[in-house]
Design a protein around this ligand. Structure first.
Ligand code: SF4
Length: 356
């Protein structure tokens, strides 16, 4: 007799729940309902999260009768790759579509013995940063933890290698989707999932203060990057109107508390924009903001976005920033933009893709 679905989340219409959305407790309860031993829940989770199974039939250590029951009551929602572009530097950008038709981009960046993934936490973004292609398009919706996780698995499978680090720096503001972002980080960190060390999992926020405060109290040693882009309030308000309500003074204090609490070194991201945030006054303000803090500054020459009035600073100016910051004791590096030729670099994930 087919069991009823009372332990499973009820979906509208005829669509079956995605197994990725079930908590361990829900899966155990469902196994009980199916008169199965509890350990089956862990076996199934190992297939779903550890081995990235795409069908219940792959779960070869489960009895056939259980695999059949699972497929009668659940689906395994895997994203569909709508497009892929490959950069001259080996980076690959993907446009993945989720079961409701919403899509988001992610990028795989290989280096010798390492594979870094830049994943999205939202489809689009509502923060409206004026130099960012994603910000221009607005927010479609936040992604679930499994949708964030799936981007990493998809890229690892495509490169046939283990993902060694993840930055949540793609589309979206992670702290506007805090709970699902944390869930995804924990899955990525877990031995049952991808098993990536917490220090190799980094969240990038545009400076959502309540999120930073909460993040400082998480027990894992996840990394934090803050998109600063200007230490001058008026300039930052223009570049990043979505965080206008959180002043730089407040950000400075909260970042101090973050360092005191975690002992971890945060990163400030700074996209150098010619004539906007690369002037001498801006450099002075940046030095003042970072002096005496543990912060590391990641400078990047702005990636040009079609139709944007902003242009990147010169390499010479970027080097001057590094030297001047160094002279006041602030560590700074110029980040090598990966995948710029395929619009995969920071601020360029806009879904304006070319079908492969
Ligand atoms: S820079 Fe980040 S926070 Fe700002 S609009 Fe783009 S994706 Fe959103």
């Amino acid at each position: 007799m087919a069991p009823n679905r009372k332990t499973l989340p009820q979906h509208k219409g005829t669509s079956l729940p995605d197994i990725h959305t079930l908590s361990h407790g829900q899966l155990v309860a469902f196994m009980e309902e199916l008169h199965q031993p509890k350990f089956r829940a862990s076996q199934i989770e190992e297939w779903v999260w550890g081995k990235n199974a795409h069908t219940f039939d792959e779960m070869s250590n489960l009895p056939k009768s259980l695999r059949d029951l699972l497929s009668q009551h659940l689906t395994i929602g895997t994203p569909k790759e709508l497009a892929r572009q490959i950069s001259l530097d080996g980076s690959r950008k993907y446009l993945l579509q989720f079961t409701d038709g919403v899509s988001a981009e992610c990028v795989g960046m290989p280096t010798k013995n390492r594979l870094t993934v830049c994943a999205s936490t939202q489809a689009g973004c509502g923060m409206g940063c004026t130099f960012c292609a994603t910000g221009k398009a607005g927010l479609a919706r936040s992604l679930t933890a499994s949708e964030i996780y799936e981007q990493v698995r998809h890229i690892g499978d495509d490169f046939h290698t283990r993902v060694t680090s993840v930055v949540l720096m793609g589309q979206g503001e992670p702290f506007m989707n805090y709970d699902e972002t944390l869930k995804a980080l924990r899955l990525l960190n877990s031995d049952k999932g991808v098993g990536i060390g917490a220090r190799h999992l980094t969240v990038s926020t545009c400076g959502i203060i309540p999120g930073i405060k909460k993040f400082a109290n998480e027990k894992e040693q996840f990394g934090l990057a803050v998109s600063l882009h200007s230490a001058n309030q008026a300039t930052r308000n223009k570049l990043m109107p979505g965080v206008r309500k959180y002043s730089l003074l407040y950000l400075y204090d909260v970042m101090g508390e973050y360092v005191d609490k975690t002992g971890r070194r945060p990163t400030y991201e700074y996209a150098l924009i010619h004539g906007v945030n690369d002037t001498d006054t801006e450099l002075d303000a940046l030095c003042d903001f970072c002096r005496g803090t543990l912060a590391h500054v990641n400078l990047i020459q702005l990636n040009e976005v079609p139709g944007s009035p902003f242009t990147p600073s010169t390499e010479e100016r970027a080097n001057q920033f590094v030297q001047r910051l160094g002279s006041v004791g602030v560590a700074a590096t110029i980040r090598n933009p990966r995948g710029a030729d395929i619009d995969a670099a920071c601020g360029q994930l806009s879904q304006a893709y070319t079908k492969c």
